[in-house]
Design a protein around this ligand. Structure first.
Ligand SMILES: [Zn+2]
Length: 238
């Protein structure tokens, strides 16, 4: 029989390993499984808007709003959504925004083989480059989950990992709550994460996101924060 104290010690160690692993896989500042950034310099009063899971038909409404407000953004596209809406993907780059790779089919990378992950990243890279006219230089994994092999895959594809400083939970919350949450987490150097799609939904309702962005732009500007491109805040080189 194992003495109670020793058993507790083993359980405690197992718990610590699990906590460390969870951090390595999902922690926004973790870089063990793949290097990434989650914020720019705190010295500049600038924030970067980023959108995941597009393109979708709703992206066009977002592009209109960003153009009127002269706000740049970075769009982390899913390859499968780009195949559905290639003209929307082209419109994003035509409007001068930056693009990133958000995998082909938005799978959870945990417990997947490096070969599977590489296939997802490369296929998205090809599809996006063809539709948008330029290959992405940024990568954000679905659900923010990194896994073994991703470090090398990112390096070989010339991609820099990008997490976020604050995520809006705009797939779940109403616009006011999303705006409040993002405004609270925003500050100099913040990378803000919202969604112009909902994973692989073909034409999702993104009105909460659009409304939240409409509210956030003046709110953050009032606080002296300027909207900047992701690459002006974070060097895209790996
Ligand atoms: Zn996503």
């Amino acid at each position: 029989m194992i003495p109670a104290e020793a058993a507790l010690g083993v359980a405690g160690a197992a718990g610590s390993v699990a906590a460390l692993m969870t951090y390595a896989v999902r922690g926004r500042s973790a870089t063990w499984l793949a290097p990434s950034v989650y914020r720019g310099s705190r010295r500049e009063p600038r924030v970067a808007l980023t959108f995941d899971d597009g393109p979708t038909p709703g992206t066009l409404r977002l592009l209109d709003m960003l153009e009127k407000e002269r706000v740049p953004a970075a769009f982390f596209l899913c390859g499968a959504n780009v195949e559905r809406h290639p003209r929307v993907a082209a419109a994003i780059t035509a409007a001068g925004h930056e693009i990133g790779n958000h995998s082909y089919s938005h799978p959870l990378f945990a417990f997947k083989s490096a070969r599977f992950i590489a296939g997802e990243v490369r296929r998205a890279q090809e599809v996006i480059a063809q539709a948008a006219g330029a290959a992405p230089r940024w990568f954000r994994p679905p659900y923010g989950v990194r896994w073994f092999g991703l470090r090398r895959i990112q390096r070989e594809a010339g991609l820099r990992g990008v997490m976020w400083t604050v995520i809006g939970r705009d797939w779940k919350l109403d616009a006011e709550r999303v705006a409040r949450r993002v405004a609270q987490g925003a500050g100099p150097g913040a990378i803000l994460c919202l969604h112009d799609g909902r994973e692989l939904a073909a034409a999702p309702d993104i009105s909460a996101t659009l409304e939240a962005v409409r509210m956030l732009i003046p709110r953050l500007r009032q606080r002296g924060l300027e909207f900047a491109t992701l690459s002006s805040m974070v060097c895209p080189k790996t």
